[in-house]
Ligand binder design. Structure first.
Ligand SMILES: Cc1cc2nc3c(=O)[nH]c(=O)nc-3n(C[C@H](O)[C@H](O)[C@H](O)COP(=O)(O)O)c2cc1C
Length: 452
């Protein structure tokens, strides 16, 4: 019996997330991102397809690297406007029982105590179905928008993240001991102050002096996601992440990334199988291969190269308005998302021009795009799992919500018939569903050491 493949939907509280210009497609509904129904409908669709989670990306700035201004991004709805991703989770939790939610929170712009409270509140309201995608940010515009003079350097951001995680574990795991809440109506004692620790942290980058403001939530520490792909990012992921989000346009690029992540986890004393690794993928599926190819051709009529290059410039920090479309991209260290840069430069057998990258990114961002019948698509998913050793996929949308509806109606039944996809959810919290163990972090995860 092969292992079951995990599935997340990858989305963002905006219109153009990973497909650029497609909001103009007549069937696209992403303009309704600002309504509650848009999200509750999506959550119900995903739960009908037994998706493990909805993974919500986020940024706190504009894509203003391209041409030195946010003009192109604003014109083309390129991740702007972008609403708060956490606020759409409670309504989705109300209309579902098992779907879990991974939400991006940028630690560089979030003060630890209020952020820990927001995540604990979500964990309470969802009954333990929430995860945090730990990101450090990559947009200079976001740093400026949150009152910083400059974004910290790439590797320094991970040093700050390390300290931030220590504070989070202290707040979530150490501050309230297991029996701090007494709920003793007769004695008039809700909680025992002696069992609640004031967290005092005076570090190189951060300092706090506060207890956690929430009583323990079902998971305490939410499921931890991470998407770092530089050497420093991978070490951070291998240490802290339970789920890692990776991207590469080919199995050749991803195989070594996944092996390296699992090796780093092993070196750190963790079971490498405890890293649940999700590859980004975009699926365009229809009953037959021909119909799926026709669907792709239809989608391609709506792509925007300007939007794609605006987002690529923001991801990498390189202003692609200065390049000719026929220029070739060569590998370099970037201050933005190294993983996106590597996706197009790490395979020596494939040299990309800027035009090719723009056309690629316009549908499905940096992810591979798999087009075909359910048989073709699932063959390809199985090949990716076999060759790269990932555990599952974060599936991006092209047309909202059509891409996800197609996957639920056509891909999921094909996976189930091959015995590689669940037929029902496991009970419990996000952590229990993923691991079949208890709701809390366990040794040797570093966060578990803080638990009192
Ligand atoms: C697939 C993928 C998805 C990401 N999603 C987000 C996101 O939603 N918001 C964000 O601020 N950063 C996001 N990032 C950025 C990373 O979390 C990380 O901060 C960035 O990649 C820089 O680290 P690196 O050079 O180690 O990859 C993402 C990165 C990857 C590869």
């Amino acid at each position: 019996m092969p292992n079951e493949i995990l599935l997340n939907a990858f989305d963002m509280n905006c219109m153009a997330h990973q497909s650029f210009g497609l909001w103009r497609h007549p069937r696209d509904r992403s303009v309704n991102y600002k309504t509650t129904e848009y999200w509750t409908d999506l959550a119900q669709t995903l739960e009908r397809g037994l998706f493990d989670g909805l993974f919500l990306a986020d940024v706190l700035g504009t894509y203003d690297v391209y041409g030195g201004s946010p003009g192109a991004a604003i014109r083309t709805a390129t991740q702007i406007p972008v609403n708060d991703p956490t606020l759409v989770i409670p309504p989705m939790a109300m209309v579902t029982e098992n779907l879990c939610f991974g939400v991006t929170g940028t630690l560089s712009y979030e003060s630890p105590v209020p952020f820990a409270r927001r995540m604990s509140t979500l964990d309470h309201l969802t009954g333990g179905r929430v995860g945090w995608n730990v990101v450090t940010g990559y947009l200079q515009s976001a740093a400026k928008g949150t009152g910083q003079v400059d974004q910290s350097a790439h590797d320094t951001r991970y040093d700050i993240a390390e300290e931030y995680m220590e504070i989070m574990y202290k707040l979530w795991e150490a501050s309230w001991s297991e029996n701090a809440v007494r709920l003793d109506r007769k004695a008039g004692v809700f909680a025992d102050p002696d069992r609640i620790e004031q967290i005092k942290h005076d570090g190189l980058y951060l300092s706090i002096d506060s207890p956690h403001l929430c009583e323990p939530s079902p998971q305490r520490t939410p499921i931890l996601y991470q998407a770092g792909s530089s050497p420093k990012g991978r070490s951070f992921a291998a240490k802290h992440a339970e789920c890692v989000f990776v991207v590469g346009p080919s199995t050749a690029v991803l195989t070594s990334v996944v092996a390296d992540l699992r090796q780093r986890a092993t070196d750190g004393g963790r079971d490498p199988a405890d890293l649940k690794i999700f590859a980004m993928m975009t699926v365009i599926v229809a009953p037959t291969d021909e119909e799926a190819q026709a669907k792709l051709a239809d989608y391609q009529r709506y792509v925007s190269h300007e939007s794609a290059l605006a987002v690529l410039s923001g991801w990498t920090g390189i202003d692609f308005s200065h390049f000719s479309l026929d220029d070739k991209l060569t590998n370099s260290k970037v201050e933005g998302i190294q993983g996106v840069m590597d996706a197009f430069t790490a395979d020596p057998g494939r040299v990309w021009t800027i035009r090719e990258i723009a056309e690629k990114i316009a549908i499905g961002g940096p992810s591979p795009v798999v087009v075909g019948s359910p048989t073709t698509v699932v063959n390809e998913m199985e090949r990716w799992v076999r060759e790269t050793d990932v555990d599952g996929f974060n599936l991006a949308r092209v047309v909202a919500p059509e891409t996800f509806v197609d996957v639920v109606d056509l891909v999921v039944p094909e996976m189930q018939s091959r015995g590689i996809y669940k037929r029902e959810y496991r009970p419990g919290t996000y952590r229990e569903k993923l691991y079949g163990r208890g709701p809390h972090l366990t040794t040797p995860h570093p966060g578990s050491a803080y638990h009192r």
